[in-house]
Design a protein around this ligand. Structure first.
Ligand SMILES: [Zn+2]
Length: 366
């Protein structure tokens, strides 16, 4: 959906064709933040107005009847206005059915902004394009995404990610938190942030710091008023500085060794799983009616074709082999093995794929 921001829609050229002088179209979904309510309203009002009524900058929200049967270009413009109306009403219906009731109340309070009325009959229509614009302005999807991203950063912060440096971790987390508060005030509470601080600090493998964090957490749980965010940060940083000074920070503890061993084992499993997964996805499982058995464990480097060679060699749309009819389906690909495959006659790729995914999901659950 594009909203022109310039021109009045009056036909250009000498011939009265459907070409209008609109300029500066902006995509509603991508560029809503550069549009104003007035611009969106004036575009809507143009479409709710009569065949040749021009776009005006500060419109009244009125409905006028269209003459779709009007001769030549006037009728064409009426048709495109009609198109807009249908889409806009549809959009309104969808939004109205989709949005949470509470949010709808909020929007309903401003319904004057998107309600068009017929001055003759009193009929009212709601313009979905304007409503969508208002929702976008209100929700600011990009901000939501940014904030979500920052919140994830907070909840995934670990000492390991910040060079095992406590002051660095604290500084970064505080910066992220401030940014969240700036983008969406009053959404991320102090206590929520404090729980994230504790969680991040608990990723330490230093047993002395661990004890300090435990002590701080106890204070917090007991609602000790001195256990504020600055106090927690200060205490953790001081502890770190003291440990570094006493050469007791970068001591590899038994816990570290265990973590390293576990991580290695985990990565190993991940690798094996990915190998298996890519094998399954590559279509080696396609062998007709094989019931989806996955053989061949262990690390092999070269992929092997597990089906008769002829199935991969295109000789025509269909072929007869093994006393059966086969059809060529070009959707099956395996790097270095085949690009297209003969499948049993009656093969419907979409159906086949659906079934395969179900089987795959079942297999993963085991
Ligand atoms: Zn297929």
């Amino acid at each position: 959906m594009r909203v022109p921001t310039g021109g009045n829609g009056v036909p250009t050229g000498t011939r009265a064709n459907a070409v209008t002088n609109f300029t500066g179209p902006k995509k509603l979904l991508d560029e809503y933040h550069t549009l104003t309510l007035k611009q969106v309203q004036s575009w809507a009002a143009y479409n709710w107005a009569g065949n040749d009524d021009p776009r005006v900058d500060d419109p009244t929200l009125e409905i006028k009847e269209l003459d779709l049967l009007a001769a030549d270009a006037s009728g064409k413009r009426a048709a495109s206005k009609q198109q807009y109306r249908i889409r806009s009403e549809l959009l309104y219906a969808i939004l109205n059915n989709t949005i949470e009731e509470n949010d709808l109340d909020l929007i309903a309070n401003e319904s004057d902004d998107y309600t068009f009325a017929d001055p003759l009959t009193g009929d009212q229509k709601r313009d979905g394009v304007i409503l969508l614009f208002k929702i976008l302005q209100d929700v600011k999807p990009s901000t939501v995404i940014d904030v979500q991203d920052l919140e994830n950063k907070l909840s995934e912060a670990t000492l390991q990610k910040y060079d095992n440096d406590v002051p660095k971790l604290m500084r970064e987390m505080e910066t992220i938190w401030k940014e969240i508060k700036r983008l969406k005030p009053n959404t991320y509470s102090d206590s929520r942030f404090l729980t994230q601080l504790f969680r991040a600090l608990e990723t330490t493998s230093n047993e002395s710091l661990e004890r300090t964090i435990e002590m701080l957490k106890d204070l917090w749980i007991l609602q000790d008023p001195k256990c504020t965010i600055p106090f927690v940060i200060q205490t953790a940083c001081t502890k770190y500085v003291n440990l570094v000074g006493a050469n007791k920070w970068n001591v590899t503890s038994a816990k570290d060794t265990k973590i390293i061993a576990l991580t290695t084992a985990l990565n190993d499993h991940k690798k094996k799983f990915n190998e298996l997964k890519s094998k399954v996805e590559s279509g080696n499982k396609n062998d007709a009616n094989s019931g989806g058995n996955d053989s061949g464990k262990g690390g092999k480097k070269k992929p092997k074709l597990k089906m008769p060679d002829w199935r991969t060699k295109f000789v025509g749309k269909t072929t007869n082999q093994e006393g059966k009819k086969w059809v060529w389906c070009k959707e099956h690909k395996a790097k270095g093995l085949f690009d297209g495959l003969y499948m049993p006659d009656g093969h419907n790729h979409a159906e086949w794929k659906k079934e395969k995914n179900v089987r795959l999901a079942e297999w993963k659950e085991q």
